[in-house]
Write a protein that binds this ligand. Structure first.
Ligand code: F0G
Length: 471
């Protein structure tokens, strides 16, 4: 079923004024550049099979006034209108908008905090270091910012079923937005390879959840076949509406920096939708004149799931090098990333880098972010691990401003955290990194329920704190 792409509606502005918001977006092929007004279910070009992206003639320097946009978006922060309360729809001038506000499915996503990272600044030697914490979204990951847009268009097109393949977060988010939008959701996840907390979210939000005996890439392949023969609407990040919503991370971030862009944005890479979305947003913002220059966008992968790293190193980004993915950062356990071409463009157009980090580096960095009182899931921690590498290589200069995108909440993968602190994460005799990780471990202590036992433990902790600070 093709999607309707024209819209003509009023939107309510703060202060009760009404301003016409006419949607004029189109689908554009990232390969041949062909522009169409509708897209097939696989969101690929019918001519050359490359993925589609969304474009809008009004997102150009002549169409929108940057100063006016900044002021409207700022004003909306004090509005109580439903669309303005969403950190995504607040930026609707740069998004495809539905025919009617009634179609919008929102959980007040976005509006996520930007934190300073003093401890990690000390570790990396980068004083101007920040975390944009997308784990503070309604379902605990960045997926919500894209899901609100894609679920809205699914509802507008009157789909009964939406579906995704997932390493966990997409399914949690999709199931929540489907439930809010009155749709049924079908989740395909690799059996035994996603965290229980993500799986439990999908169950609670009412998804029909299939644990398939394959990996994420196998789930996605199967979904592609399914959408060709069944009336289900796919909500993976192949769906370009998802990426439009995820652009708002960059918009909100620039607003938080008062439109003076940081030098670097560092993001984890899995299926590569998020890096594509952020890159697209940065280029559009520069074109419209919202920012004077684009930050370098760098993508970090786990060493065991490094398809993009290898694609760039071995083919200069021309041909995807698929891998058999393996990493404890299960969110990014992906070997055949769908949006690799979009991500290559984002990295190359912004002058960013692409790096890989080891399992021990991920675990260490995750514990360090935890020690900031913020916390994140393992996949998000690749950003800090990657930054350390990029500083060592001289790609990131110490005086530059750096933003790490933390994609998921600490509570998303409690098993990883518990195993880390108990010392069970890396079983086996040879643990060269063990000494490095040991000081970051805080295993729980089981005691008799006596005052003396607690006091003794407190004194022991005090002693080890002072010997660590002397060291
Ligand atoms: N971080 C987290 C926490 C994720 O859940 C994902 C992807 C990524 C990073 C990578 O983002 O795919 O846009 O490059 N999770 C997807 C899922 C694949 O199904 O939840 P990406």
């Amino acid at each position: 079923m093709p999607l309707s792409v024209t819209s003509d509606r009023d939107s309510h502005e703060p202060g009760g004024q009404s301003c016409a918001l006419k949607s004029t977006f189109r689908f554009r092929c990232i390969g041949c550049g062909a522009v169409t007004s509708s897209a097939a279910q696989d969101f690929r070009c019918s001519q050359c099979n490359h993925l589609l992206e969304i474009t809008d003639p009004k997102w150009t320097s002549t169409g929108l006034d940057a100063a006016a946009l900044k002021s409207v978006w700022r004003e909306r922060r004090s509005s109580t209108a439903v669309l303005d309360l969403s950190g995504v729809w607040r930026f609707r001038e740069l998004l495809p908008v539905p025919d009617s506000e009634q179609h919008v499915v929102t959980l007040r996503e976005g509006n996520t905090p930007l934190y300073e990272l003093p401890r990690s600044s000390g570790i990396t030697g980068v004083p101007h270091l920040y975390a944009k914490h997308q784990g503070m979204n309604p379902t605990g990951s960045f997926k919500d910012t894209g899901m609100t847009v894609a679920a809205t268009f699914a509802r507008q097109a009157r789909y009964r079923w939406v579906a995704c393949a997932s390493t966990g977060n997409t399914s949690a988010s999709m199931a929540a937005y489907a439930a809010r939008g009155g749709m049924r959701s079908l989740v395909l996840v690799p059996d035994g390879k996603i965290s229980w907390s993500k799986l439990s979210q999908a169950l609670d939000y009412g998804a029909l959840t299939c644990q398939l005996r394959t990996d994420f890439d196998g789930c996605l392949r199967l979904l592609q076949e399914l959408v060709r023969c069944a009336p289900v609407y796919q909500l993976n990040s192949i769906n370009p509406f998802r990426l439009e919503g995820q652009k708002t991370l960059a918009l909100e971030l620039m607003e938080q920096f008062d439109w003076l862009p940081p030098d670097h944005i560092i993001v984890p890479g899995g299926n590569l939708g998020n890096s594509s979305a952020i890159g697209k947003a940065l280029l559009e913002m520069r074109e419209i004149g919202l920012i004077p220059r684009v930050p370098k966008l760098s993508v970090i992968q786990a060493e065991g799931a490094n398809a993009l790293v290898r694609t760039l190193r071995e083919t200069a980004g021309k041909q995807l090098v698929s891998v058999q993915a393996e990493t404890r950062a299960t969110a990014i356990r992906i070997g055949n990333p769908a949006s690799w071409e979009k991500a290559v463009k984002a990295i190359q157009a912004t002058g960013g880098a692409c790096e890989q980090v080891t399992e021990a580096e991920i675990a260490q960095s995750k514990a360090e972010i935890g020690a900031e009182g913020i916390g994140c899931e393992p996949a998000s921690a690749v950003t800090l691990a990657g930054l350390k590498k990029l500083v060592r290589q001289g790609f990131v200069k110490k005086e530059e401003t750096v933003v790490l995108v933390l994609t998921g909440n600490l509570l998303k993968d409690p098993d990883f955290t518990m195993e880390f602190h108990r010392g069970d994460l890396f079983p086996g005799a040879h643990q060269p990194e063990a000494a490095l990780l040991q000081p970051l471990r805080h295993p729980p202590v089981v005691l008799d329920a006596t005052l003396q036992a607690v006091i003794d433990t407190l004194e022991q902790a005090e002693k080890s704190d002072s010997s660590n600070s002397d060291a």
